[in-house]
Design a protein around this ligand. Structure first.
Ligand code: PLP
Length: 395
């Protein structure tokens, strides 16, 4: 009997070591990782540069309060500003906290302008922004909000239809919040035209555009941030997961016009952006922004999409759609996805289920051609196995 809250339907598998693309159990069994701790382990396991940096920083100082200047934090913020639309950064420990900062910043922006009633955020069906009350409210998924009380201040529309968004905008609306590629909801990449349309609506009605790139950002789609594909920049962006490569770290990025309202006393975090986290964050960024790294992700993303298309042609009865962008890929399948994830685990391949019965494939960004062919080979074997079981049951 576990002493933990029963909030997860955990597998009994326990990994004791990781190396590159693989995780190992106590008895030495290797699993090919196409889950990356759900988009966290962008550099796989045991990246030497990151590990060395963490050890070196651990010998210097782990934590200093945000009441003092933290050089590693200043450096990471400046690098993020240099590489994105943003002018200022607030560091957090998680994705949900990065979004909390984004939502607070949006509301405070209008409060500062004297438009205090503008607090509503428009979110989208199928989105996921975290497990805090505000982020649950923003996503509005009944499966996650049930039993946790009212969450006012949010409106929800189905994504894809700009007129539906415009129809809910009123004098209380502050911002539109969207994942450029929905992860948990079923690996849905929105078109450049749709994101452009949302930006135009924000500009027309004086709203802020917030991107949640907690899962799709940091190189995963083959650009540093997914919004770069559309060229449509937000006012505020939340990032986490890969930014720390496994160390808890997140960030809220914003333009100067918006960030200026977050004056002393408006927000804070005890741990957010501490020396150890930001030293690791800088080391991760060294690797992500190294010449050729993101281009590699783009190429591997194309290969993965091609291999999955091939698989869909071979097994149209099992795969009905191939989705996603770069190394955030999904296949909509007909067998129940959670059982299929377990089947793949039996074949020593780690994947993640997403909404809409989609199997999510999100390997570390260091995945090679051989890793992708190995993973898609295992998928093919698992579908062939389903076929064999179906025909023997029919006999
Ligand atoms: N936003 C997105 C798009 C996510 O995928 C997640 C986590 O899966 C979150 C926010 C929440 O991040 P965290 O679990 O670090 O709070």
């Amino acid at each position: 009997m576990s002493a933990l809250f029963g909030t997860y339907a955990r597998s009994e598998l326990a990994f004791v070591r990781g190396e590159g693309m693989r995780l190992f159990t106590e008895d030495g069994t290797a699993y090919l990782d196409f889950a990356s701790g759900i988009a966290v382990n962008a550099l796989g396991y045991g990246d030497q540069h990151v590990t060395d940096t963490l050890k070196a920083q651990a010998d210097k100082v782990w934590h200093v309060s945000n009441l003092f200047t933290i050089p590693e934090q200043e450096k990471l913020a400046q690098r993020l500003v240099d590489a994105t639309f943003a002018d200022a950064v607030f560091f957090t420990n998680s994705g949900a906290e990065a979004l909390e900062c984004a939502i607070k910043t949006a509301r405070r922006y209008f409060w500062d302008k004297g438009e205090k009633q503008r607090i509503d955020i428009i979110g989208f069906t199928g989105s996921f922004h975290g497990r805090t009350i505000a982020t649950l409210g923003a996503a509005g998924n009944a499966a996650y909000t049930e039993g946790f009380g009212p969450m006012p201040g949010y409106k929800h529309v189905h994504p894809g239809d700009l007129a539906a968004v415009e129809a809910v905008i009123d004098g209380n609306t502050a911002a539109i919040l969207i994942e450029p590629v929905q992860g948990e909801g079923g690996v849905t990449a929105f078109s450049d035209a749709y994101l452009k349309g949302l930006r135009e609506l924000c500009d027309k009605y004086g709203l802020l555009l917030i991107y949640d790139e907690v899962q799709c950002g940091y190189g995963r789609t083959g650009k540093f941030f997914a919004y770069e594909w559309s060229g449509v920049a937000p006012d505020i962006l939340a990032v986490a997961k890969a930014i720390g490569g496994g160390f808890p770290l997140g960030a809220c990025l914003a333009t100067a016009e918006v960030a200026r309202v977050m004056v002393p006393g408006t927000h804070g975090s005890t741990y957010g952006g501490n020396p150890l986290a930001c030293a690791v964050g800088n080391a991760v960024l060294d690797r992500i922004l190294a010449p050729g790294f993101i281009e590699h992700v783009e190429q591997m993303g194309k290969l993965l999409a091609y291999e999955l298309q091939q698989l869909m042609q071979k097994y149209p009865g099992y795969i009905t759609d191939v989705r996603g962008k770069g190394l955030l890929a999904g296949i909509k399948i007909t067998p129940p996805v959670r059982a299929f994830v377990e089947r793949l685990r039996d074949h020593k391949l780690l994947t993640v289920a997403a909404g809409d019965n989609v199997l999510r494939l999100l390997p570390p960004l260091i995945a090679t051609e051989a890793d992708i062919r190995e993973a898609t080979g295992i998928l093919a074997a698992a579908f062939a196995e389903l076929d064999a079981e179906a025909s023997s049951a029919a006999q």
